[in-house]
Design a protein around this ligand. Structure first.
Ligand SMILES: [Zn+2]
Length: 235
């Protein structure tokens, strides 16, 4: 502490020793800080005092740098979270329409209006080929209005079937089921399991026959694929 520095090159050497290993920006910062200190007390600065100031400056610079890194990391995390949110948004929008696929894993077989020997007229629904026992889900929230054998009253061709009434005045129908898990009057949620698929009635193989109707009854079917698409569900 008592040693007075008279030669500026000694001071510079001491500072250079301390700043060795720091980044260029820190050296510049430290240098200017030292210059300011020198100007304020050009004579009285000792090597020890210079080193102390230098150390303080370095600590401050290091803390500043660390804070900047932390802030950048927080910003990056924020951007990442925002990006994640943006990606998740379409799914949320899709869910908001309230309609889902009646089965999650399937192969599309006979489509709506398809002709063929299996049907008296044209095919009134969309067929999803699935193994017997596959979980069948309500395509939207609603109330069960038909559930039982003989198509729940629509005719033996449908086998075990369910019809659900929805808030928008439409009805969904599920046919050829092996097991019905709901009863008439029961409220169901979108995606809730209502039955297990099967091969009952006039069916050429294990599949779910799915209809969208304007009434609870046979003969009022719409194109189910187009209807679902209009509600954000692509089969
Ligand atoms: Zn069918």
């Amino acid at each position: 502490m008592s040693k007075r520095v008279t030669n500026p090159t000694v001071r510079t050497a001491a500072v250079a020793l301390v700043v060795t290993g720091l980044g260029a920006s820190l050296v510049a910062g430290a240098g200017s800080a030292f210059a300011a200190e020198s100007k304020a007390a050009p004579v009285a600065v000792t090597a020890a005092a210079a080193v102390k100031v230098q150390a303080q400056t370095q600590a401050a610079q290091a803390a500043k740098a660390q804070a900047a890194v932390k802030a950048q990391a927080a910003k990056t995390a924020q951007v990442k979270a925002a990006a994640k949110k943006a990606v998740a948004k379409p799914a949320a929008v899709k869910k908001a329409t309230g309609w889902v696929k009646p089965v999650s894993s399937y192969a599309l077989s006979a489509s709506y209006n398809q002709g063929g020997a299996m049907w008296a007229h044209k095919h009134s629904g969309q067929d999803f080929a699935v193994p017997v026992g596959t979980s069948v889900r309500a395509a939207a929230a609603g109330t069960v209005v038909k559930a039982g054998p003989y198509g729940g009253g629509d005719g033996p061709a449908y086998g075990n079937a369910i019809v659900v009434k929805h808030a928008n005045g439409r009805y969904s129908q599920y046919a050829h089921l092996s097991k019905i898990k709901v009863r008439i009057g029961q409220k169901v949620a979108a995606g809730q399991q209502i039955a297990l698929s099967g091969n009952t009635g006039n069916s050429s193989g294990p599949h779910l026959h799915f209809e969208i109707r304007t009434t609870p009854n046979y003969g009022s079917a719409l194109n189910p694929a187009a209807f679902l698409r209009a509600h954000g569900v692509f089969i």
